[in-house]
Design a protein around this ligand. Structure first.
Ligand SMILES: C[S@@+](CC[C@H](N)C(=O)[O-])C[C@H]1O[C@@H](n2cnc3c(N)ncnc32)[C@H](O)[C@@H]1O
Length: 221
């Protein structure tokens, strides 16, 4: 995605899952393209573009100025959500980070446990750890998709808090809400299956999950 020309499926899918009219907090904004693009297309009125590092934040500031959006998008140096107040954001995007880091960012901000807040999460790795944490901590996944972007497959999910916790086995954590009848989901899960097969060499207790996943992918091909 660039603010002018959307080319990247991964961030486009994140943008699609943001609720129209919401105030966005983009955590780990880097270049700021996501909030810039959403403001430019008038999907959202305003955004907070946050990053833990000053350099990416400067790049976001540069782009925000370039697109004349400094009255609608503010930048903020913040480790995760630590410098964001609950009344400042309705939708929170955390994209392009590992699933464990996203989980830690959410753990450190208990105010996201609010039925009115909406999370859009795009883990680059270990999505199963994030999904398990969401289920075990009272969140539901409203939607999850896989998308191809520059020859790789990624997953994006949207979630919100209900307070109803549920146990989550490894298979459920890996598959999440992905629809197995979609080719992108199967391609994404094939990579997870490969990782699991590798881990299984050192941990045979994973074999039933490997077989369950193989069967699920095969049945829907
Ligand atoms: C790979 S970039 C992702 C940029 C954009 N969100 C995307 O998906 O294309 C990751 C960004 O997250 C920032 N980051 C890493 N850890 C963070 C944290 N704990 N809080 C906020 N930002 C963080 C990095 O500085 C970097 O700019």
């Amino acid at each position: 995605m660039t603010p002018d020309k959307k080319t990247y499926g991964r961030l486009n899918l994140c943008a699609e899952m943001v609720r129209r009219g919401s105030r966005l907090a983009d955590i780990g904004t880097d270049h700021g393209y996501l909030p810039i693009s959403l403001c430019r297309e008038e999907k959202i009125p305003s955004a907070l573009a946050c990053d833990i590092n000053p350099l990416p934040l400067r790049s976001a500031q540069h782009n925000i100025l370039k697109y004349n959006l400094s009255d609608r998008i503010r930048t903020r140096l913040s480790d995760g959500l630590l410098q964001v107040r609950p009344d400042e954001a309705d939708d929170i995007v955390i994209a392009g980070m590992g699933g464990e880091l996203i989980r830690d960012i959410l753990t450190a901000a208990p105010w996201v446990r609010d039925r009115d807040k909406h999370l859009v999460l795009q883990p680059m790795t270990h999505h199963e750890d994030l999904i398990r944490w969401l289920y075990e901590n009272g969140f539901v996944i409203d939607r999850q998709e896989a998308v191809k972007d520059a020859d790789k497959y990624y997953t994006v999910l949207s979630a919100h808090y209900t307070g109803e916790t549920r146990a989550c086995d490894l298979y459920t954590a890996i598959v999440g809400k992905l629809a197995l009848n979609q080719a992108e989901s199967r391609a994404f899960l094939s990579r997870s299956l490969q990782n699991l097969r590798n881990k299984c060499k050192g941990d045979p207790s994973l074999l039933p999950t490997v077989q369950q996943l193989e069967e699920a992918i095969r049945e829907t091909e």
